[in-house]
Design a protein around this ligand. Structure first.
Ligand code: GLC
Length: 752
């Protein structure tokens, strides 16, 4: 059904907007009103519909009556509001042209994509970036990603993922900022600032999307897409704060989650999407469903069919439907039947159009299609330098006994072992859709930039690299070929660098694991090599905390390098050889065993935290310690830092000033993340034994001292009670300041 486009009202609309000039930008509400008044019900519903790219738009248009052809018809009818996974200015321009020039009203499309940690140039996975605790660097990393994505025609990213999680079995921990709501909130704001800048209409900025609202990271047993059932204390004080911070940072969109939350699917959850997000927090952007999550309310057992799912979702406040066809198929019918008030549709469409106006798409639908393709190439050098810096800052030195690190430049007899040392694909992580597979700098290439007098032995092949975003990687657990060669080589080496860990596609969506040890024969290889040569540096390359108790006990030096993106090998080499002193701190607890999970630092005391006579009746395991392998906030340096002179000053209006002196007690300059933890000793709902309430990353020369101050206000001293009210209660508080959640100086104060 072709629309009469002889008098394309879009042109008329453009004339109106242009006449209104920047007024439309400042107050799009009037322009939105004007547009809404022109729209048919089907066109309004169309704005609430998002399709995945459905054909190579530079080729022939799909024909037929279903599938791509149906989507193509909907596009021309103006029944599509956004596309995802369409990128490249030619592809975007071609789709936009259909929407703008062939539909009746010519409303421009949004183009969304998973720009999770870079578009073409990959920065470290978000978990790694979070380990830098460097908010400025993370903001700049998101800004770089936005520039590249916008240059490829995109104007919307489905990031940052702000899900708190305490369970490393869940593969998507790689995509977030770890277990702490305070750190997670600060990082969410930094990433949103980076993506969106201070003007969404700037062609180098894109709309961000805080996801997945809410609770996805608390999937039971760390199994992806699994049930989420948490209490209000956890929901209000752990899960929601990074989303609330995102709304306060003016995030343009929010994506809901696949999971049920306490029995109600997030997509159909009015408490979450209307009561809290839109009403209490006054969110003015729009909510997009996750892929098919509206339709998935049928298998959840919450909707009897797709039509019922559409009714539940729109009533609960889901504004746009990603790929479940529920809205485009049933919403108009539901309105005509009187089951859905058209005012709900208008409200959702208003939110969507508001973002399109903010992006400047009504002024110029092709605004994001102007950057010449060669520009990405021109940016490459500076962008690679920037992601290299980000990568170095993301590395965490977990252990360094015997001072094997940093490796001196005149060190002889270096041997590198491990499949991952030569892997140019894994460092890109699993969310690298806009990048080029196998394009990362490998560890071998990074070391080669320093020296060519080292040997490399792969050892047993670990991964059969047929994996991609949609398919698992297979792991060799039987073929020991290469083990003997590695051991023989180790006997003749002075120093062995072993690069072990997870393939890049072993973490991410759909990648939950029940065993968090080194996959395959890697630990066997490590044990055999260590028996032949005790001077081993273990370089970990992984997307989640791993259980490494044997490694921690026996390996003298351990470097956590995550999946560091395009410049991985150079970053690792520069830390190994001391050109960068590692400064990262763990954003997520490393457990000793999977049996301890979920394991997190900000836990509650319980009524039996210990037993002075070590009887059996207290909160512990008979076969495992309570303590983690490496605690939240842990990270060493090639130098050392001392903390002294902790001072607390309580002032009126619940203001508390904390001061501490930090000293570089070593002989190398280095950076330290000074962390402030708080414990509200007695409260109307129990509070964690400690909660991060401030941090500062500082650089000190050897012997230098610096006084660091933190100011606690009601924002830090309070918490949400079970009625979701923010309360600050008088009483005793404990303060801990140090370079980890497990160390530091402690003092108390009383809040009157
Ligand atoms: C996926 C993910 C979500 C992503 C979306 C679009 O299933 O859950 O994070 O943004 O679909 O790719």
């Amino acid at each position: 059904m072709r629309q009469d486009t002889s008098l394309n009202p879009f042109c008329a609309l453009i004339l109106v907007i242009t006449a209104m000039g920047s007024q439309a930008q400042k107050q799009p509400e009037e322009a939105i009103d004007a547009l809404l008044a022109k729209m048919t019900l089907e066109e309004k519903v169309g704005q609430m519909n998002q399709y995945n790219g459905f054909y190579d738009v530079t080729g022939p248009a799909p024909v037929g009556a279903s599938g791509p052809a149906l989507k193509y018809e909907h596009l021309k009818n103006g029944w599509v509001g956004s596309m995802l996974n369409v990128h490249g200015i030619n592809e975007v321009r071609a789709f936009q042209k259909i929407a703008v020039e062939e539909s009746r009203l010519g409303i421009p499309l949004l183009f969304g994509f998973d720009v999770i940690h870079g578009y073409r140039t990959q920065s470290p996975i978000p978990m790694a970036e979070a380990a830098s605790w460097d908010l400025g660097a993370m903001e700049a990393s998101a800004q770089l990603a936005a520039r590249e994505a916008a240059a490829a025609g995109l104007n919307w990213t489905f990031a940052p993922m702000v899900d708190i999680s305490r369970d490393a079995r869940w593969g998507r921990v790689m995509e977030g900022a770890g277990e702490d709501p305070y750190l997670g909130a600060q990082i969410a704001k930094a990433r949103i600032r980076g993506f969106q800048g201070d003007d969404l209409s700037n062609p180098h900025t894109i709309a961000a999307c805080a996801k997945h609202f809410a609770g996805y990271g608390f999937a039971e047993a760390g199994k992806d897409y699994n049930t989420v059932d948490v209490g209000t204390n956890t929901l209000y004080n752990m899960i929601l704060p990074p989303f609330h911070a995102s709304v306060e940072a003016d995030v343009a969109t929010v994506m809901n989650a696949f999971n049920i939350l306490n029995g109600v699917p997030a997509t159909g959850n009015g408490l979450l999407q209307r009561n809290i997000l839109k009403n209490k927090w006054n969110f003015e952007g729009f909510v997009i469903s996750d892929w098919g999550s509206i339709g998935e309310m049928v298998p959840h057992g919450f909707a009897k069919d797709l039509k019922n799912a559409a009714l539940s979702a729109v009533t609960a406040g889901a504004d746009m439907d990603m790929e479940s066809y529920a809205y485009v198929t049933h919403l108009a019918e539901l309105v005509k039947e009187g089951a859905v008030d058209e005012a709900l549709i208008d409200e959702a469409v208003r939110r969507i159009l508001r973002i399109k106006f903010s992006l400047g798409l009504f002024e110029d639908p092709y605004r994001y299609c102007q950057t010449p393709p060669e520009t990405l190439k021109q940016w490459e050098e500076t962008h690679m330098a920037q992601v290299l810096d980000m990568a170095k800052r993301s590395i965490v030195l977990l252990k360094n006994d015997g001072q094997l690190l940093p490796i001196s430049k005149d060190q002889e007899g270096i041997l590198v072992i491990g499949d991952l040392a030569d892997d140019k694909n894994s460092p890109l992580g699993s969310w690298r859709l806009g990048s080029v597979d196998h394009s990362a700098v490998s560890v071998l290439e990074g070391i080669s930039a320093y020296r060519d007098d080292f040997n490399y032995v792969q050892g047993p092949k670990v991964f059969d690299d047929q994996a991609d975003f949609l398919h698992h990687v297979s792991v060799n657990t039987t073929n020991t070929k290469g083990m003997e060669e590695a051991v023989e080589a180790a006997k003749n080496a002075e120093l062995v660098i072993m690069v072990l860990g997870e393939h890049g596609f072993m973490s991410g969506e759909g990648r939950s694991r029940t065993d968090l040890g080194l996959p395959g024969l890697q630990q066997d290889l490590l044990k055999a090599v260590l028996a032949a040569n005790k001077n081993v540096v273990l370089v970990l390359m992984n997307g989640r905390p791993l259980t490494l108790p044997w490694e921690k006990e026996h390996v003298p030096a351990i470097l956590e390098t995550w999946h560091l993106g395009s410049q991985s090998g150079h970053a690792i080499a520069q830390v190994l050889f001391g050109d960068y002193n590692p400064s990262g701190k763990l954003p997520m607890t490393f457990p000793r065993s999977v049996g301890q999970l979920p394991l997190y630092y900000n836990h509650y005391a319980t009524g039996r935290p210990f037993d002075e006579n070590d009887n059996v009746f207290w909160s512990h395991y008979t076969d495992e310690k309570n303590e983690p392998l490496f605690p939240f906030g842990h990270g060493l340096s090639y130098t050392t830092f001392g903390y002294n002179d902790l001072q607390i000053k309580t002032l009126p209006d619940s203001i508390v000033e904390i001061g501490v002196t930090v000293e570089n007690t070593g002989n190398l300059s280095g950076e330290e993340v000074v962390q402030l933890y708080l414990h509200d000793v007695v409260a109307s709902v129990v509070r964690p034994i400690k909660e991060l309430k401030g941090f500062k990353k500082i650089k000190l020369e050897p012997g230098a001292r610096q006084k660091i101050t933190f100011t606690l206000t009601e924002k830090e001293l309070g918490f949400y009670n079970n009625a979701y009210e923010w309360v600050v209660e008088p009483g005793l508080f404990q303060v801990m300041v140090g370079g980890s959640s497990a160390a530091g100086l402690r003092a108390g104060f009383e809040l009157k």
